[in-house]
Design a protein around this ligand. Structure first.
Ligand SMILES: *Cc1c(COP(=O)(O)O)cnc(C)c1O
Length: 451
C-alpha cells in the first residue's frame, strides 16, 4: 500500500511539473489552457450535456496508462506489457455491468458516436434499413441523419414528435411495420420527457427489428433510478461517458438479457458480435487512460453523493420549467421529466440570437428547434436548457429562479434585427454579465480546479 502511495505521489509531482513546464516552455498553449479554466469558472453552463469531471476522473485520465498500447481485450491482447491495463479494463467492465445491471459491457469506444457506429456496423449490412429519431426533432446525428455515415450507408427512415413535442409512438409503429427496419434506435439529445423503452421493444418485436437504446443524455438518471432503464428492454444500449456520467470523453456499449442470445440472422450472440464491433472492426488500440477514467467515473456514479446530485438535476428541471412559465414562456410539452427544459422563444427572438446574447452575458446555452418550427435549424426558435451543471454547482431552488430570471432579463433587453443580428445596449450587457459572475461565485464549481 505504502509502495503504491509513493508512486501516485510521483504521478502528482509529474503533473505539477508538466503544468510548470507548459508555463515555462510553451506559454502560448499554457495561456489557452488557463483561459479555459477561467471561462468555466466565470460562466454558467445551461448546456444539457455539460458536466465537469471529478478530480479523481481527471487524475485517472492523466495517469501513466497513457503510455500503453493494448489492442485486444483483457487476457487476449495483441501486445505485451498489459498486466495492469488488463486489470484496469476488467475493473471498468465490472463497474459498468454492476452500475447498469448489464450482462455485457464494452468500455473501449472512444466516443458515443463511435459506440453507435460500432454497433450499427456490426449488426447491419450496408443498405439495410434503420429507423431512428429525426435530428431536427431531438434525435442524435448518428441516428440516421443524411449528414452522417448512418444516413449514407443505410436506408434511414426517421420518426419525429407530435405538435406537443412528444414522441409519436403510433408513427414509430406504422413506420416500423411499413419499412421493416433491421434496427430501431431510440434515445435523443433534446427531448424532455421519459422514453418508453418497453413500448419501443414491443414495436421492435412486432416488426422483427433489433432495438438499440442510446441513453447518452440520461445515463445518470437511469443508473440512479430516475428514468426507466433500457438495459433489458433494448437488445443493445449505448451511452457516452462524458455527459451525465461525469466521465472522460468516451462511450460504453451495454446489453442486458439479450447479451447471450443470437443476433437475428447471425450465428453469434450479441456479446460476441459487439466485442468484435469495436476491435478489430472499427478501432485499434483503446485509450487505456480513458478506460481508467471511465472506471473512476463509474465508481463515483455508485456513490450516495452522485445520487444526491442526480436528484438535484431532476428537481432543478422542474424548478426551471415553473420559473420560465412564470415568465410567460411556453415550455414544450408543458413540463420536464428529465434534465432538460425546452422553451419556445417569443416574437422575433431567434434561437441564434438568444444563444449569442446569453453567451455575451456568461450564460452558455444551446438553441434548439421546437415543434412546428418555422426557422432553419441554424436559427431555430427555442432554447434547450439543461440542469446538470447547476446541480454540480449546488445551485438551489432560489438560485435556479435567479438564473431563469437573468436569462429572461437578457432576452428582454435584446432587440432582434434579423435572424442573427441584434442590438444589445453594452452597458446593460455589462451589468447582466456582472450579475452572472456574482452568481457563479456564489455557486462555485466546488470540486473542480481552483483558479
Ligand atoms: C452526445 C450524444 C452522443 C455521442 O456523442 P459523442 O460526442 O460522439 O460522444 C450520442 N447519442 C446521443 C443521443 C447524444 O446526445
Amino acid at each position: 500500500m505504502a509502495f503504491n502511495t509513493v508512486h501516485l505521489q510521483d504521478q502528482a509531482d509529474l503533473l505539477r511539473r508538466g503544468m510548470a513546464d507548459l508555463r515555462a516552455e510553451d506559454l502560448e498553449l499554457a495561456m489557452l489552457l488557463d483561459a479555459e479554466v477561467a471561462r468555466q469558472h466565470r460562466t454558467l453552463s445551461l448546456v444539457a450535456s455539460s458536466c465537469a469531471v471529478k478530480p479523481r476522473t481527471l487524475a485517472a485520465s492523466a495517469s501513466a496508462l497513457v503510455n500503453v498500447t493494448a489492442e485486444g481485450a483483457p487476457g487476449k491482447r495483441h501486445r505485451a506489457g498489459c498486466e495492469n491495463v488488463d486489470l484496469v479494463e476488467s475493473l471498468a467492465i465490472r463497474r459498468a455491468r454492476e452500475l447498469f445491471d448489464a450482462h455485457y459491457a464494452g468500455v473501449q469506444s472512444h466516443s458515443g458516436s463511435n459506440a453507435n457506429a460500432q454497433v450499427l456496423s456490426a449488426l447491419l449490412e450496408p443498405g439495410d434499413t434503420l429507423l431512428g429519431m429525426a435530428h431536427d426533432h431531438g434525435g442524435h446525428l448518428t441516428h440516421g441523419s443524411p449528414a452522417v455515415f448512418t444516413g449514407a450507408y443505410y436506408k434511414a427512415i426517421r420518426y419525429g414528435t407530435t405538435a406537443e413535442g412528444l414522441i409519436d409512438y403510433e408513427q414509430v409503429r406504422s413506420l416500423a411495420l411499413a419499412h421493416r427496419p433491421r434496427i430501431i434506435i431510440c434515445g435523443a439529445s433534446a427531448y424532455s420527457r421519459v422514453l418508453d423503452f418497453e413500448r419501443f421493444r414491443a414495436i421492435a418485436d412486432e416488426a422483427g427489428a433489433i432495438l438499440l437504446a442510446d441513453i447518452s443524455h440520461i445515463a445518470g438518471l437511469v443508473v440512479t433510478g430516475r428514468h426507466p432503464s433500457p438495459i433489458n428492454a433494448a437488445h443493445v444500449t449505448t451511452t457516452c461517458t462524458h455527459k451525465q456520467l461525469g466521465g472522460p470523453r468516451g462511450g460504453l456499449i451495454l446489453s442486458g438479457r439479450d447479451a447471450h442470445t443470437k443476433v437475428p440472422g447471425l450465428k453469434a450472440t450479441f456479446s460476441r458480435v459487439l466485442d468484435q464491433a469495436v476491435f478489430p472492426r472499427m478501432q485499434g488500440a483503446p485509450a487505456v487512460n480513458m478506460i481508467a477514467a471511465k472506471a473512476a467515473a463509474l465508481g463515483y456514479a455508485m456513490t450516495a453523493e452522485f445520487d444526491v446530485c442526480m436528484g438535484r438535476v431532476r428537481a432543478l428541471a422542474d424548478e426551471a420549467a415553473y420559473a420560465f412559465q412564470a415568465h410567460d414562456y411556453d415550455v414544450v410539452g408543458g413540463r420536464s421529466e428529465n434534465h432538460t427544459v425546452l422553451i419556445r422563444l417569443r416574437g422575433d427572438m431567434t434561437g441564434a440570437i438568444a444563444e449569442s446574447a446569453l453567451e455575451g452575458c456568461g450564460i452558455v446555452v444551446n438553441k434548439s428547434r421546437v415543434p412546428g418550427e418555422t426557422r432553419s435549424s441554424a436559427v431555430a426558435s427555442g432554447l434547450c436548457i439543461g440542469t446538470g451543471s447547476m446541480a454540480q454547482r449546488n445551485v438551489d431552488a432560489d438560485g435556479c429562479r435567479q438564473v431563469v430570471d437573468l436569462v429572461c432579463r437578457v432576452l428582454n433587453q435584446v432587440t432582434p434585427l434579423g435572424e442573427y443580428e441584434y442590438h444589445f445596449e453594452p452597458t446593460a450587457q455589462a451589468q447582466l454579465r456582472t450579475e452572472l459572475e456574482h452568481l457563479c461565485a456564489k455557486y462555485p464549481i466546488a470540486d473542480y480546479w481552483e483558479h
